[in-house]
Design a protein around this ligand. Structure first.
Ligand SMILES: NC(=O)c1ccc[n+]([C@@H]2O[C@H](COP(=O)([O-])OP(=O)(O)OC[C@H]3O[C@@H](n4cnc5c(N)ncnc54)[C@H](OP(=O)(O)O)[C@@H]3O)[C@@H](O)[C@H]2O)c1
Length: 256
């Protein structure tokens, strides 16, 4: 997709990958409605094509407000980027119910709800929805049980949700960064440095490239991509068969 003059909603834009992505999108000439819980005070960037709003996307009401405000401001949304997310680094205990709810609310429920809302609102027109997942959605690491679950759930959701789409101009893009040098790990109170790490600038370059080339899956680390892509053939055949069966049974309407 061409990014110039595209009307974009970006969540988690105050820090790390989201902040770099915001700068890159503005450089490309996009018009951005950017949110996080603290962006109005923590972001110093000012730009004629940028509107920022403090907003918590971890609740359904928060997401509803976001669509309402962004819709009123932008007119229509061409691209929604669900980037807000966080992790805990911990050994899970039964007392961690609050952690389970909190991480699933922000990383998973909010993104799923936003994607479904986007499809409902713009069912008869082109749109794109991009979500920052993680290599952790494939590769589970100790200390990140809730995080891996939150991102793997998203991977399952998008892979299935996509099979229901019948228009080629409605796109779902997923990004799978490996460890990236942002405040993410200090916020999680991880004391040791992750390794290897990529720079957020590198991750954002691959995201912009992926958007321009309409890539469904964006892997900022090529090494990671290939090690998980060695035997895709049988998997693809199986999914294609399941998809045919699904479309036959459910007969989703074809919006032209
Ligand atoms: N860094 C990594 O190693 C890595 C690797 C793979 C994937 N990722 C994913 O990349 C995305 C960005 O992470 P990052 O590394 O850039 O971390 P980060 O620097 O901590 O940024 C996280 C962003 O999300 C916002 N946010 C968190 N909870 C929110 C909520 N409830 N409502 C609205 N905004 C919220 C934060 O702003 P406020 O605090 O102001 O709300 C911040 O702007 C996340 O989805 C993360 O899971 C990161």
């Amino acid at each position: 997709m061409e990014l110039k003059n595209k009307r974009i909603v970006l969540t988690g834009a105050s820090s790390g990958i989201g902040k770099r992505l915001l700068e890159a999108l503005l450089e490309e000439g996009a018009i951005v409605f950017a949110v996080s819980r603290t962006i109005e005070t923590s972001l110093t960037l000012v730009h004629e094509n940028l509107t920022v709003k403090n907003l918590d996307v971890s609740t359904y009401e928060g997401v509803d407000n976001l669509f309402e405000m962004a819709g009123a401001h932008l007119g229509s949304i061409d691209l929604f980027i669900a980037n807000a997310g966080f992790t805990y680094y911990e050994i899970l205990k039964s007392a961690d119910k609050r952690h389970i709810d909190s991480i699933l609310d922000t990383n998973t429920r909010s993104v799923i709800y936003s994607a479904v809302k986007m499809r409902e609102l713009y069912h008869d027109q082109p749109f794109a929805f991009m979500a920052t997942l993680s290599a952790s959605s494939y590769l589970s690491m100790p200390g990140y049980a809730l995080y891996s679950a939150s991102k793997a759930a998203l991977r399952g959701f998008f892979d299935s949700f996509e099979l229901e789409f019948t228009r080629s101009d409605q796109q779902l893009l997923r990004v799978y960064p490996v460890a990236t040098k942002t405040p993410f790990f200090t916020r999680a109170k991880q004391t040791h440095k992750p390794w290897p790490v990529q720079s957020p600038e590198h991750v954002v370059r691959t995201m912009i490239k992926g958007l321009k080339k309409d890539k469904k899956h964006i892997y900022p680390s090529k090494l990671f991509k290939w090690s998980y892509k060695l035997f895709p053939f049988f998997y693809r055949l199986y999914i294609a068969k399941e998809r045919r069966t699904f479309l036959n049974i459910m007969k989703p309407p074809k919006d032209e």
